[in-house]
Design a protein around this ligand. Sequence first.
Ligand code: NAD
Length: 355
Amino acid sequence: MEKNEDYRLVIVGYGGMGSYHARLVEQAERIQVAGVLDIAQYRQELAKSHGHTIYDDLQSVLSDDTIDIVLIATPNDVHKELAIAALQAGKHVICEKPVTIHSQDLLDILQVAKEVERVFMVHQNRRWDEDFLIVRQLIQQQTIGDVFHVESRVQGANGIPGDWRQLKAYGGGMLLDWGVHLLDQLLLLTDSKIESVSAELSTILNTEVDDGFTARITFKDGLTALVEVGTTNYIKLPRWYVKGSQGTAIIQDWDLSGEIVRKNLDVAHVEPKPIQAGRGLTKTMAPPSEESTIRSPIERIAEQDVPEEFFHNFIAVVEGTAKPAVDNEQVLRVLRLIEALFEAAEQNQIIQREL
Ligand code: NAD
């Protein structure tokens, strides 16, 4: 069946993510890639070789009345100027994360979007990651009781890729990169406000931007979180480690390996037996007995619990029939949290701030 392509989209920035979007849009309904613009000639050539129409400059995109949507997938420092120019030209805008380097820049974009009555939505796509959806469901369904601590990590051993991500002026560094995803996910795990934050940044392989970070976040409802990104980890820690009043869950990786161990509520308390541990005995650190616990593998998310696909949602927002899957207030909150973490790291202090 022929694709009904009501919406014409131009991708600005045809690098890793721009070309990925081109493939995603290909699979989405009612939307097509009408063209590509990149300031690098070899990227323009590449897009052409992939069958895309090429625009010579931004002005020709903006003045093309057949274009409804501009998708920004450039380095972070130019998101703001591109977004404002596209909105003012009457286009709806999809922008890659981090939406901007500073929260004030996002506020400036949102002001323009409001004035021109166009949709502006940020591609914070890791809200759709299944590992995250599983953790969120586990918390909502109280599978391991009341969750009081969450650890969320991603760790690689390749340093920061050797491009603009190593440079401060482009909004490089891991807090503004993977930090956006992990913090965005974290804020969706509870309705509570943040009470305080602290952070350490690492600069192991470079001095200009952080090549990793450890952030500690305390929410007003008592939930604590440790969010960590590393780029010099030859052995990784689990992607998720979640502690509840009645159990613990581990998700090792994006392959969803891991397990949930929880109290068997049908069994009366079993006193732990001392075990030999190193050169001593311990009862406190003995594993829970087999009969007092239930072990289960990580279960996949049911089809009906997977959120609406990004481009599908975007079109529905443009048509006024759905709320944005990525709300701009939530995007702003992530940026403000990142700013607080930079501040905490710089001052080497816990920052008490309601966020
Ligand atoms: P990249 O370096 O691979 O590609 C960026 C492209 O933008 C380059 O081809 C560059 O020539 C072009 N460009 C730079 N300035 C431009 C301008 N003014 N006009 C037009 N083109 C311009 O970078 P990338 O990895 O594709 O990252 C792009 C954006 O996507 C960043 O904001 C990044 O944080 C984000 N990103 C998001 C995800 C995700 O999962 N959501 C993953 C990777 C990257």
